[in-house]
Write a protein that binds this ligand. Structure first.
Ligand code: GLN
Length: 557
């Protein structure tokens, strides 16, 4: 195998508008290169001053993606892991805040030996040092670095300067700059327009960076003439202008980019030979299953507090795409705002009438909690498959305590400080914590499954590891009484101190997990619990369908 010893770097920037999908482009290119036998990882540089996104509201930032090593990171890392099936870590996500914090900490320690600390060279050097850190591990042939924000933003300019310097430092053959832009289609003129791309490239050139490859996102295919025109104005040969038309599903993007020859182009620019050709049969099969499911649709409700902003639940939504494909169905999500249930804007019967399963989402704070508890009650009593994640599991415990175990007004001390039945309480290790950033129980922990339970069957093994992000837990003081009343502790930490999974064995599928299984679902490795939950929802859909055909009351969903 002709593996080059020098680690190669691919930088991905974006222009014209945000949300063009730099994350998907990076993840797809990574998947293409991985399929050619290269060892690839992706890192994201974010321009904001927060040290990490852990302290940001989901409305500001979307989901916080937690890595095995407990880093709270950008949701793009979720795409990297899902597409590449390679675990990321704290080193894969660096914010401008973290860079400044490190520089200022060094200054306070006296590390700069009396010099004036400045953006150039000190901040830029810190960025460059970080950007090369993963390369030093010896684990990768190629590192893709996605630079957050849009070219032209003042706050991202130090990252661009670091990129410019790295090309000089590492040599042109060892770095490739890819710039993603938009080529909008103007309906009234029936034309694709190249001017925004020209402007964006000009702005990038002003920073001293000439893109090596342009990827142009557009509604329609770019013609040869269009590519020539863009190349001419952006100082590129036609072959270096790659079209990326809108895809029906993001899982098709690796296929589209392969058809455009992006992997070949990148390798050629890096003077690299890959051990193999791109084998994308698994991607083809997967995206076909996503687009044309054999067994129709299954509707599942997600009840949460940030439902107007589905990015807050990105990994859950994607885990349902994976589980849908593995069950030959498309999962249609019905979003339920927990406050609407709480305020009676929607009854629990109406909310769940046309769905075959309910997932209650993770979250923080008391807003909408009673709505979640009410809807869980309805799912439990009506034998509708229920999946509670983190806060969703905690709400299920509260509901069971109140309505089955006779503990009136049972609650979590997160919502009511002094309550007679604090069935969910703050973890001992959290009680003296005062700082908010990075202080929860975070990252990967082992869990032992109880034999014979549904989770045990789903995972097919006893010892699992899953990722966490929480401060509260099931209060061990109430474990015995809740178990006696029928709530099964289906999974615990190996020392049996923390309950990680609850199950109602008498129900067709009622499982709550203290961890975040959605973070470990992969394109080619569906998460066992999502898989099993969707299978059960599909079974309920089929039963209802047969009842309907036979004239018994029921709804098809
Ligand atoms: N707010 C709860 C806790 O801190 C649940 C957190 C979550 O859902 N991620 O324990």
């Amino acid at each position: 195998m002709s593996r080059s010893k020098t680690v190669k770097h691919i930088f991905v920037t974006g222009g014209v508008v945000s949300s063009l999908g730099k994350g998907i482009l990076s993840a797809s290119l990574g998947a293409l290169l991985k399929s050619r036998g290269l060892r690839v990882t992706i890192q994201k540089y974010d321009p904001y001053i927060n040290v990490d996104p852990g302290t940001m509201s989901p409305y500001q930032h979307g989901e916080v993606y937690v890595t095995d090593d407990g880093a709270e990171t950008d949701l793009d890392l979720g795409y990297y892991e899902r597409f590449l099936d390679v675990a990321t870590s704290q080193a894969n996500n660096v914010t401008m805040g973290r860079i400044y914090k490190d520089v200022i900490d060094k200054e306070r320690r006296g590390d700069y030996l009396g010099v004036t600390v400045q953006v150039i060279p000190h901040v830029i050097d810190e960025i460059k040092h970080r950007m090369l850190e993963l390369a030093e591990s010896g684990k990768y042939d190629v590192i893709i670095t996605e630079v957050g924000g849009t070219v032209g933003d003042i706050e991202a300019s130090p990252f661009l300067e670091a990129m410019r310097q790295l090309k000089l430092q590492l040599g042109a053959k060892n770095t490739v700059n890819i710039h993603l832009t938009l080529v909008p289609y103007i309906k009234s003129a029936s034309e694709l327009k190249t001017k925004p791309t020209q402007h964006s490239v000009k702005m990038l050139q002003e920073t001293g960076i000439q893109p090596d490859i342009l990827v142009c996102r557009s509604e329609r295919d770019l013609s040869k003439e269009m590519k020539h025109k863009i190349g001419l104005f952006c100082n590129l040969s036609d072959a270096d202008v790659v079209g990326l038309r809108d895809a029906e599903t993001i899982y098709e993007v690796p296929l589209l980019l392969r058809d455009e020859g992006l992997d070949k182009l990148v390798l050629q620019k890096l003077g690299m030979k890959a051990p193999a050709d791109a084998h994308l049969d698994d991607w083809k099969e997967f995206s076909h299953k996503v687009k044309f499911p054999k067994d129709g649709t299954v509707r599942i409700a997600i009840c949460g507090k940030y439902t107007e902003y589905p990015d807050a639940y990105k990994s859950i939504v994607e885990a349902f795409v994976h589980a849908g494909a593995s069950n030959d169905v498309k999962v249609l999500i019905k979003w339920l705002r927990s406050e609407d249930i709480e305020d009676g804007v929607m009854t629990v019967e109406d909310a769940l009438r046309d769905v075959s399963g309910l997932l209650v989402a993770p979250g923080f704070g008391s807003r909408g909690i009673e709505g979640k508890i009410n809807i869980i009650r309805h799912a439990r009593e009506s034998n509708i498959p229920f999946f509670g994640i983190c806060l969703g599991m905690q709400c299920a415990v509260i509901e069971f305590a109140r309505n089955v175990a006779g503990m009136d007004a049972a609650n979590s001390t997160e919502f009511v400080k002094k309550t007679k039945y604090p069935v969910i309480d703050m973890m001992e290790s959290q009680k003296n914590v005062t700082e908010k950033g990075g202080t929860m129980r975070l990252g990967s922990y082992p869990c032992v499954l109880e034999e014979g339970t549904k989770p045990y069957k789903a995972y097919g093994k006893q010892l699992i590891t899953e990722r966490h992000r929480h401060r509260y837990e099931l209060n061990n003081h109430f474990r015995e009484i809740l178990s006696e009343k029928g709530l099964m502790m289906a999974g615990t930490s190996p020392d049996n101190e923390l309950v990680e999974i609850i199950e109602l064995p008498t129900h067709r599928w009622f499982i709550g997990v203290q961890f975040h299984p959605e973070l470990k679902s992969r394109v080619h490795k569906v998460h066992p619990l999502f898989n099993s939950f969707v299978a059960e929802a599909k079974a309920l859909r089929n039963e209802r369908f047969h009842q309907e055909v036979n004239g018994t009351v029921g709804t098809i969903s």
